[in-house]
Design a protein around this ligand. Structure first.
Ligand SMILES: Cc1ncc(COP(=O)(O)O)c(C=O)c1O
Length: 406
């Protein structure tokens, strides 16, 4: 499945495959020949004399100055991640939300309009729906799985089409290539949050998106010990502007220590995604046959409305499974109470499987009475399938469901 290319075109003679690049891209020989690149845990960099400082500040000399403007460990992370996404360079941020807010602000000004998919991570919805309005930028939320609806909703002052795919938490699939064609005919930029898929499963820049961003807190880290974000693009000038005029001036900078943890986590990204996907697939198929489950939202299932599209634009269906329980919303509460292995927590993409109830937790910014319009409900449960043995996960889920629906 999936047309995603195995070899990533680099600006180098030699072309390597994804799993090799996730370990080696942008590596440089260390002065002490250390295998792993050191952590440059420093806020500032020294100058030999004032002349050297002046040459640096007047761009006659290229050198690091201050970690908010650039740091070797952070740069290695940015370059490695952007290579995996097929971008020219990346900008690391202190969180996924810092990446999202900076990217949206870098592409809009007062009076502009953003068109976004109706189902997004809760704080992204909150930022676009509440905060951005204070700066004169309006957002409409529509169903972007319907390309006609997108076309009808574009306004003369629309500057961005913003989406996640698969979406959080409904796992809807949006046609990135179709959206990008429509946007580019009108000079509009397409921004894709690729957190759920990762570049292992989907590379939006290859499909035409202008900017790809991530909460690297999730699969890119993979170990639940980092909060961070990143954005990348094929447009070098844009990346420079995002780095120096937005990340640097708004100040959402990534710590070098976090960049180092991310570099370490990325080495196993391909391997981890295989296991996340196969565990999620087994969980989805188990849930589908349980009497307490009304509907399973997982794009691998043939009945999922985005199944065919996911097969085309992704290389696997991802590690997240959402499902609707039968009965009322108290069933979700009962279900999570009876789990013992799977932990009740926000976030996803960790080695540990996690469960949450979006309407009561991460997606509280959505108006409760209109939840169905956004593709989920108070009975929607989201599981991030970790790396544990699938039979242990299924046993935990099965025992919990059995005690709720006995
Ligand atoms: C799809 C998606 N995008 C963005 C974010 C925000 O990222 P962060 O928590 O790193 O700010 C999240 C967080 O859960 C997410 O799930």
């Amino acid at each position: 499945m999936g047309k995603i290319s195995e070899v990533i075109p680099l600006h180098e003679e030699r072309k390597y495959r994804f799993d090799t690049l996730s370990i080696h891209a942008a590596e440089q020989e260390d002065q002490n020949q250390a295998l792993n690149s050191p952590i440059y845990m420093t806020s500032t960099f020294t100058f030999r004399d004032l002349q050297q400082a002046e040459d640096t500040f007047s761009f006659k000399r290229r050198a690091y100055v201050y970690t908010r403007g650039g740091n070797p460990t952070v740069n290695l992370f940015e370059q490695r991640l952007s290579t995996l996404e097929g971008g020219v360079d990346g900008v690391a941020f202190s969180s996924g939300m810092a990446a999202i807010s900076s990217v949206v602000m870098s592409l809009t000004k007062s009076g502009d309009h953003v068109l976004a998919h109706r189902n997004l991570y809760g704080s992204t919805f909150g930022f676009l729906n509440n905060l951005l309005e204070n700066y004169g930028v309006r957002t409409d939320f529509i169903d972007m799985t319907d390309l006609n609806r997108v076309e009808e909703s574009i306004l003369p002052d629309t500057r961005i089409l913003y989406l996640e795919t698969p979406t959080n938490p409904s796992l809807e699939i949006i046609d990135i290539a179709g959206i990008s064609r429509m946007a580019h005919e009108r000079g509009i930029k397409v921004v894709v949050d690729n957190t759920f898929a990762t570049p292992v499963l989907q590379r939006p820049l290859e499909l035409g998106a202008d900017v790809v961003l991530h909460s690297v807190t999730k699969y890119i880290s993979g170990h639940g010990d980092v909060v961070g974000g990143v954005a990348t693009s094929r447009d070098f000038d844009y990346v420079q502007r995002l780095k120096f005029s937005y990340m640097c001036e708004l100040g959402g900078v990534m710590s070098p220590f976090n960049a180092w943890l991310l570099i370490r986590g990325m080495k196993t990204l391909g391997l981890r995604m295989e296991r996340h996907c196969s565990n999620a697939s087994k969980i989805a198929r188990f849930l589908k046959n349980h009497r307490g489950v009304e509907k399973v939202l997982y794009p691998e299932l043939e009945e999922h409305p985005g199944h065919e599209l996911a097969k085309q634009q992704m290389k696997g269906f991802g590690g997240i499974v959402s499902f609707e329980l039968k009965g009322d919303r108290s069933m979700a509460e009962e279900f999570v109470k009876h789990l013992s292995l799977i932990k009740l927590a926000v976030s996803l993409g960790d080695a540990e499987s996690l469960v949450e109830v979006p309407a009561m937790m991460t997606h509280r910014d959505y108006p409760e009475e209109k939840l169905h319009r956004f593709g989920f409900s108070g009975r929607t449960v989201r599981i991030s399938a970790g790396l544990e043995h699938p039979e242990d996960l299924i046993q935990d889920i099965g025992e919990s469901l059995d005690s709720v629906y006995e």
